[in-house]
Design a protein. Structure first.
Length: 281
C-alpha cells in the first residue's frame, strides 16, 4: 500500500485529533461537505480501512488514501480564477451524470476545491484553491468580502423597489444580510441590475429578486473580495500571482514568498451548451 507523509494537523486536542473531513479540506482534497459524501461512497481509507463515518479522528500519523491514491502533505496556498460558463455544476461528481466544473478543468491543474459555488445556470468568477483553510476563511461571512454580480431579470422595477433589499429580507423565515441593488437600465421587459452581497446563501440573489416580482434569466459574478473576473474569457483558468495572493489575502493564511512550480494559465476549454441530463455510455 502506498505510504504518505503524515498530514500535520494544527490546533489538535491531545489524544483526540481532528475530524477527517477537516483534515482533508485543509489539504485541498475537497470541501468538508464533499469529503462527507466521498466517505459515504466508500472512497476514503485510513490505514487500509475504508471509512464509513465522517466522525473519524485523525492524529496526524495515518496513511490516508482517496480513490486509492495517497494524500500529499499540505503545500503552499494557491488560488486560481475560473470563468465558469453556464451549464456546469460546481461539484466534483454528479450522480445524475451532468457535466461538472471539475471535469472541465485543465488536466495539469492540481487537486483543487471551489470557494463557494455558482449554480448551474450562473456564470462568471469562480475561485479555486488547493487550500481548504483559505477556502473556509474566504467563505465566512465575518470575513466581510463583497461578492459583486450583474443580473438580467425579466420584469420591470424601480430603484425605490430595489432599495427594499438593502437591509436584508426574509427568505423561508431566514433573514439575509444586506443586499445592495442598483438599477443599471430597464431594457424593454428586462432589467439589468448590479448587486453586492457579503454572505451568499443558496440562490440568494435569484430568490431576493423574486420577492420583487423579478425573474433572473442571467446572473454573472464579477468579483469575490479583491479578486476580479476582469477580461478572463469563458472557460479560462488563470492563477493569481503569489505576490498578489500574499498582498491581498496574506492576512488570512500564510503565503510563502517562494513561487510555486507549474503556475497555470489556460486557454478556454469549453463553452457549455448543456440542455438537460447527459446520457451515460
Amino acid at each position: 500500500m502506498p505510504q504518505i507523509k503524515a498530514i500535520k494537523t494544527a490546533h489538535k486536542t491531545a489524544n483526540k485529533g481532528e475530524r477527517i473531513a477537516k483534515v482533508l479540506a485543509r489539504a485541498g482534497v475537497a470541501s468538508r461537505r464533499e469529503v462527507e459524501r466521498m466517505i459515504a461512497a466508500g472512497r476514503i481509507a485510513v490505514n487500509g480501512t475504508v471509512l464509513d463515518t465522517p466522525a473519524f479522528l485523525i492524529s496526524g500519523h495515518e496513511t490516508i488514501l482517496v480513490d486509492n491514491k495517497p494524500v500529499e502533505a499540505k503545500t503552499a496556498p494557491r488560488l486560481w480564477r475560473y470563468h465558469k460558463p453556464v451549464g456546469l455544476l460546481t461539484t466534483h461528481m454528479d450522480p445524475g451524470g451532468r457535466p461538472t466544473v471539475f471535469e472541465n478543468l485543465p488536466k495539469d491543474l492540481p487537486r483543487v476545491i471551489s470557494i463557494g459555488r455558482l449554480d448551474m445556470t450562473s456564470e462568471g468568477l469562480l475561485l479555486l484553491t488547493n487550500d481548504g483553510e483559505l477556502a473556509r476563511k474566504l467563505e465566512l461571512p465575518k470575513t466581510g468580502f463583497a461578492r459583486k454580480y450583474r443580473a438580467r431579470a425579466y420584469g420591470k422595477t424601480t430603484q425605490g423597489r430595489l432599495d427594499k433589499l438593502k437591509n436584508g429580507i426574509l427568505i423561508d423565515g431566514v433573514k439575509t444580510g444586506p443586499i445592495e441593488a442598483i438599477l443599471d437600465k430597464q431594457q424593454g421587459t428586462n432589467a439589468w441590475i448590479s448587486l453586492t452581497i457579503r454572505e451568499g446563501k443558496n440562490r440568494e440573489i435569484r430568490r431576493a429578486l423574486e420577492t420583487l416580482g423579478l425573474k433572473v434569466n442571467r446572473l454573472i459574478r464579477l468579483s469575490y473580495g479583491p479578486i476580479q473576473l476582469g477580461d478572463l474569457r469563458r472557460g479560462q483558468v488563470e492563477e493569481v500571482k503569489p505576490k498578489t495572493l500574499r498582498d491581498q489575502l496574506g492576512h488570512l493564511v500564510d503565503v510563502p514568498k517562494e513561487r510555486p512550480t507549474g503556475t497555470i494559465k489556460s486557454k478556454p476549454k469549453m463553452k457549455s451548451n448543456y440542455k438537460g441530463k447527459r446520457k451515460r455510455k
